[in-house]
Ligand binder design. Structure first.
Ligand code: 5RP
Length: 219
């Protein structure tokens, strides 16, 4: 079974958490794209969705699903999103698709965060396989880069990428994230950082892993 098939299995399994007449929080990325397609099959059951990226918004609309503005919603029952890495404590690295800030905002609205991944995303320690994305205000790029280097990271400017919020991304290599909660707070305190891709303060509640043996639910 290939990676896309595993992503599809996880995405399909997430439908069981969608309650009737609710607004669903929807993240971003290729696994979420599979979820949006699956959500389209039950679109008459839900009120609509809040999306964490312009790309997801567009795909939701193509499926005939109404997209609500996050400002018009006080709470969401669930938020469904992928991850670049997830550890056994259900903490994640996200932002491979540069949507980390909006993902954190929509996740914060939700009672339950459902993370859908294929098995390649499971790690023991965050930072093992994927650089940490950090969204930065453009004028602060160099000074934030120096601060990240002083903390032991090797930041790399993601050339040509502008986030949905008009900012830039630094991908930080060489971080072994042994204390994700503390590191998430520390990096967010650097002036010019909008958000970093550690999702530990608000991790996932349920993880659905697509594997060759089927979708495995960890809650
Ligand atoms: C986007 C994200 C994605 O959830 C993450 O990059 C995983 O993507 P994919 O489902 O394509 O593997 O955080 O900012």
């Amino acid at each position: 079974m290939n990676q896309l098939e595993m992503k599809k299995l996880a995405a399909q399994a997430a439908l069981q958490y969608v309650k009737a007449d609710t607004i669903v929080g929807v993240g971003s990325g290729s696994t979420v794209n599979c979820f949006i397609e699956a959500l389209g099959t039950i679109k008459d059951k839900i009120q609509g969705a809040v999306a964490a990226s312009k790309a997801s918004e567009e795909l939701l609309r193509k499926q005939g699903i109404e997209v609500f503005n996050a400002n018009d919603v006080s709470s969401l029952d669930i938020y469904v999103d992928g991850a670049d890495e997830i550890n056994p404590q259900k903490m994640m690295i996200k932002g491979g698709g540069a949507a980390l800030t909006r993902e954190k905002i929509v996740a914060a609205l939700a009672k339950k965060f459902i993370c859908i991944v294929d098995s390649s995303k499971q790690v023991d320690v965050l930072g093992s396989t994927f650089p940490l994305p950090v969204e930065v205000i453009p004028m602060a790029r160099s000074q934030v880069g120096r601060k990240l280097a002083a903390l032991g990271g090797a930041p790399e400017y993601r050339e040509g990428v502008v986030t949905d919020n008009g900012n830039v991304i630094l991908d930080v290599h060489n971080f072994t994230i042994l204390n994700p909660v503390e590191m998430e707070k520390e990096l967010n305190n650097i002036a010019g950082v909008v958000t970093n891709g550690i999702f530990a303060l608000r991790g996932a509640d349920v993880v659905i892993v697509g594997t060759p043996e089927g979708a495995k639910i960890i809650d």
